[in-house]
Design a protein around this ligand. Structure first.
Ligand SMILES: Nc1ncnc2c1ncn2[C@@H]1O[C@H](COP(=O)(O)OP(=O)(O)OP(=O)(O)O)[C@@H](O)[C@H]1O
Length: 706
C-alpha cells in the first residue's frame, strides 16, 4: 500500500511517464493514439484546460518519437509517420477541446483520424520490414561476393597454372572450399581436342611445386562427372603432420555404416566397411601400427553389432589395454554395474588362439545351418548382421607373420585363419590381419588378395620393404616419402581408392574412457552361435585361461619396478604371487561371474570341454613347457641369448634361429625368456615390442634382488 502511494506520488511529481520507445502495431498504435486523444480532450474540456497544451504535448510526442526512431535507425518514412500521428492527434485534441469532444463531428473525425493513423502505421511497418529484409540480403550478397571473389581468384590462378604446367586450357566450372579448412576442389572442363584428366594427374608434383604448396600438400587430379571434366583436389594444410587424437565422440557405430579408421589429407574421416571385407594392415616396427590397432579396436568397441576377438601372440599387447582396466575393476560405471572389457575375447597364447579359431569355424558352420530360415525370409545369402546376431571381428596382430611362418605349429594357426576367411564371409566373421612386413608372401595368397581389400600401409618414414604397388595394385603415384610421419601412410578400400591417410593417436586414458562409455552397448553372442561356441567360449575369462594376463602384468611390474606398465595401467594388484584361492583368483572368479550375470555373454556350460589344468603355483601355466626343460632346443636358445652379447635379442629372433633344427614356436621361447628373467639368467631391457633380453653375463648391471 505504502509502495503504491509512493509510486503514485513520484509519478505525480515527475509528470506523465512517456515511453518513447514503446512498440505499437498499426492497430494498437492507432487505438492508443485515438483513445489517448479522446481522454485528454474530454478531461481537458471538463477541467477547462487551455487547448494549446494538447498541441504542445503533441509536438513533444512527435519530437520524442523522432529522436527514438533515429536512434533505432528507422527509415525517414517511418519517422514521418510517427511524428505525423502525434501532430494529427494533438491537432484534433486542441480542436475538440475548443468545440467540445462529445459531438458527432468530433467523434466521427476522431474515428477517421484513428483509421488514418492505423493505415499509415501499417504501411510504415511494412516498409520497415522490407527495409530490414533488404539490408540482410545485401549483407549476405556482400559475403557471397567476397567468397566468390576468392573462388574466382583461385579459378583464375589454376587456369593459368594448368596452362603453364600442362599446356591445357581448362574452363573452371566450380571451386569448392572444404569445410575442414584444409584445402579446396576445382571442377574444370577440359578443352575439346582429346585432353584427358590423367594428363593433369601426371603433372601433380609440378603443379604442387608451381602452387608453392607446403610440404605434404598435394594437387591431385581425378575424373570428373564425365570424361571431359576433371576434379583437382588441392590440400593447403598438411594435416598428416599434425597429431590428432581419436575423436572424443564415442557414439554408437555399426558394421553397416562403416567404422572410421583415420583421416585423409582433406581432414575427412575414412571409413572401413567390413561386413564382407577383411583387412590387412602393414607397418614396420615404430610406424604406429600398435596405435592404429587400438584405434581400430576403439571403433569396433563403439559398434553395437560387433564382437571383437583379438589374437596377439606378442604378449597380448594389442588387446590387454582393452581388458585389464575392466579385469582389475579400475573403471567404475556410474550405476555401479560391472564394466565389460572393450573386446570380447583375448588370446595371448598359442593354445587360446587355436581355441578361438576353432570356435570361429564352429560358429560360422552353425550359423550357416541355424539361420537358413532367416536367410530365406530376408531373401539373401548374407546373414543379416544386427545387435541380435553380431558380426565377429577377429583381429590378429602380426597375423600375416603367422600365415608366412616357417614354424609347423604356427602354420597350423595360419591355416585356421585362412579357413575362417574362406568360409565365414556370409556368416558375419571377418578378420583384420596386421603385418610387420613380409607382405610379398601374404599378398601372393589368393584368399588374402580376394577377401582383404581394405588395406593400410603405415610407412612412418620407413622406405625399406614397402612395396606399395603390391598392396594397392592399379594405383599410381603413391610414394612412401609422402607419408614420413608416424601413424601416417596409405589406405585403400573398395569404396575409397588408395591415398594418403593418418590414424588418430589414441592413448590409454581414451581407451579406458571408451571401455566405460561402450560397456553396456556391446552385443551378446546369439544363442545359435553361443551353443556352437560352447564352453570354450563361455569360459574364456576363467582363471586358468587368463593367468597369462596376470603373468604379463606381473612381468611388466618386475621389469619396470614401478607397478605400472608402459600403457600406464596400474597392475600392482596383480604382481603378487598367487596360490589357488588367493584374492586374485577370487577377483577373477567374481569378475567372470559378474560378466556372465550382467550380460549373459554365453550360456553356462555343463562341464568344460577342454581339459582344465590348475594354474601352477605362482599363477603360471607352464604346461606348454612340460618335458621341454633343458631340452636341446632350450639349450640352443640359451646359446643364442649368450651369443647375442650386450645387444641382447628377442623371442622372434631366437625362434627364427631354432626353426630349422628344432621348429620351436616363438611362444615357447617367450615362456623360456620369462623364466630366465625370473631366475636371473637373463635381464629384460625395454618395453613391449621393443623388449630385448640380455644374458646376465652381458647385462650392464644386475637388477637388485629382493
Ligand atoms: N597416429 C599417430 N599420430 C602421432 N604419433 C603417432 C601415431 N601413431 C604412433 N605415433 C607415435 O609413434 C610411436 C610408436 O607407435 P606404435 O607403438 O604404435 O608403433 P609400432 O609400429 O607398433 O611400433 P612397435 O612395434 O615398436 O611398438 C608412438 O609412441 C607415438 O609416439
Amino acid at each position: 500500500m505504502a509502495t503504491t502511494t509512493t509510486a503514485a506520488k513520484k509519478q505525480a511529481s515527475s509528470g506523465p511517464v512517456l515511453d518513447w520507445s514503446a512498440g505499437h502495431g498499426p492497430v494498437t498504435g492507432a487505438l492508443s493514439a485515438t483513445t489517448g486523444a479522446f481522454a485528454v480532450a474530454t478531461t481537458g474540456a471538463a477541467t477547462h484546460m487551455p487547448p494549446g497544451w494538447a498541441l504542445a504535448v503533441g509536438a513533444a510526442g512527435a519530437l520524442g518519437h523522432t529522436v527514438i526512431g533515429l536512434r533505432v535507425r528507422n527509415a525517414g518514412r517511418t519517422l514521418a509517420t510517427h511524428a505525423a500521428s502525434w501532430l494529427v492527434g494533438a491537432g484534433w485534441t486542441t480542436w475538440a477541446m475548443t468545440h467540445g469532444p462529445l459531438t458527432w463531428a468530433a467523434l466521427g473525425s476522431l474515428a477517421t483520424v484513428g483509421v488514418g493513423i492505423g493505415a499509415a502505421a501499417r504501411s510504415a511497418a511494412l516498409f520497415e520490414e522490407a527495409r530490414e529484409e533488404e539490408a540482410t540480403a545485401a549483407e549476405q550478397r556482400a559475403i557471397a561476393r567476397e567468397l566468390s571473389a576468392e573462388r574466382r581468384a583461385i579459378a583464375a590462378e589454376w587456369i593459368d597454372r594448368i596452362q603453364r604446367v600442362c599446356s591445357i586450357s581448362v574452363r573452371v566450372v566450380g571451386v569448392e572450399q572444404w569445410a575442414t579448412g584444409a584445402g579446396y576442389s576445382i571442377d574444370a572442363e577440359l578443352p575439346p581436342g582429346g585432353a584427358t584428366w590423367n594428363k593433369i594427374a601426371a603433372e601433380s608434383a609440378r603443379l604442387s611445386a608451381d602452387a608453392r604448396l607446403p610440404h605434404g600438400c598435394t594437387a591431385t587430379a581425378s575424373p570428373g562427372i564425365h570424361q571431359g571434366r576433371v576434379i583437382i583436389d588441392v590440400t593447403t594444410v598438411n594435416v598428416l603432420e599434425q597429431e590428432r587424437t581419436y575423436p572424443a565422440d564415442y557414439g554408437p557405430l555399426s558394421v553397416h555404416t562403416g567404422i572410421p579408421w583415420g583421416y585423409r589429407t582433406n581432414a575427412e574421416q575414412i571409413l572401413a566397411y567390413l561386413r564382407e571385407q577383411c583387412a590387412l594392415i602393414v607397418g614396420p616396427t615404430g610406424s604406429g601400427k600398435t596405435n592404429m590397432v587400438h584405434s581400430i579396436l576403439a571403433g569396433f568397441a563403439r559398434a553395437d553389432d560387433i564382437l571383437t576377438w583379438v589374437i596377439d601372440l606378442n604378449a597380448g599387447s594389442a588387446g590387454l589395454p582393452w581388458v585389464l582396466p575392466a579385469l582389475n575393476g579400475e573403471i567404475n560405471a556410474p550405476d555401479g554395474k560391472a564394466v565389460r572389457p572393450g573386446i570380447d575375447w583375448l588370446a595371448g597364447t598359442y593354445d587360446e588362439a587355436m581355441t578361438m579359431l576353432d570356435t570361429a569355424v564352429k560358429v560360422a558352420k552353425q550359423r550357416k545351418m541355424g539361420y537358413q530360415d532367416v536367410l530365406a525370409r530376408a531373401n539373401t545369402d548374407l546373414l543379416p548382421i544386427s545387435a541380435k546376431i553380431p558380426q565377429i571381428m577377429l583381429v590378429i596382430d602380426e597375423g600375416a607373420e603367422i600365415l608366412a611362418s616357417p614354424d609347423r605349429q604356427v602354420r597350423k594357426l595360419g591355416e585356421k585363419i585362412l579357413e575362417v576367411i574362406r568360409i565365414a564371409r556370409a556368416m558375419g566373421i571377418r578378420t583384420v590381419l596386421t603385418a610387420l612386413g613380409a607382405t610379398g608372401s601374404v599378398l601372393s595368397n589368393l584368399m588374402i588378395r580376394r577377401e582383404a581389400k581394405v588395406r593400410v600401409a603405415l610407412t612412418g618414414g620407413e622406405t625399406e620393404g614397402m612395396d606399395l604397388s603390391k598392396m594397392f595394385p592399379g594405383s599410381r603415384g603413391l610414394r612412401v616419402e609422402q607419408a614420413p610421419h608416424k601413424g601416417a601412410g596409405f589406405m585403400g578400400t573398395p569404396e575409397s581408392p588408395a591415398a594418403l591417410f593418418k590414424a588418430w593417436r589414441i592413448l590409454p586414458n581414451q581407451i579406458r574412457e571408451i571401455i566405460a562409455a561402450t560397456s553396456d552397448r556391446h552385443p551378446v553372442l546369439d544363442d545359435i552361435s553361443a551353443k556352437a561356441a560352447g564352453p570354450a567360449y563361455a569360459r574364456r575369462w576363467d582363471t586358468e585361461r587368463t593367468a597369462w594376463m596376470r603373468e604379463q602384468a606381473a612381468t611388466a611390474t618386475t621389469s619396470t619396478g614401478t607397478g605400472t606398465v608402459g600403457t600406464g595401467l596400474r597392475l600392482s594388484a596383480l604382481s603378487a604371487k598367487e596360490a589357488p584361492g588367493s584374492p586374485e583368483d577370487e577377483m577373477l572368479r567374481r569378475f567372470r561371474e559378474q560378466i556372465d550375470a550382467e550380460f549373459g555373454t554365453a550360456p553356462e556350460p555343463p562341464a568344460p570341454e577342454r581339459s582344465v589344468k590348475p594354474p601352477a603355483a605362482g599363477g603360471l601355466d607352464l604346461s606348454a613347457l612340460r618335458g621341454e626343460q633343458d631340452s636341446p632346443a632350450q639349450q640352443a636358445a640359451l646359446a643364442l641369448l649368450l651369443a647375442a652379447g650386450p645387444q641382447g635379442t628377442g623371442a622372434s629372433a631366437i625362434a627364427r634361429g631354432l626353426s630349422a633344427e628344432h621348429g620351436t614356436s616363438r611362444q615357447t621361447v617367450v615362456g623360456w625368456l620369462r623364466d630366465w628373467v625370473k631366475d636371473g639368467t637373463a635381464v629384460r631391457i625395454g618395453e613391449g615390442t621393443k623388449a630385448r633380453y640380455v644374458h646376465r653375463q652381458h647385462a650392464p648391471e644386475q637388477p637388485p634382488e629382493d
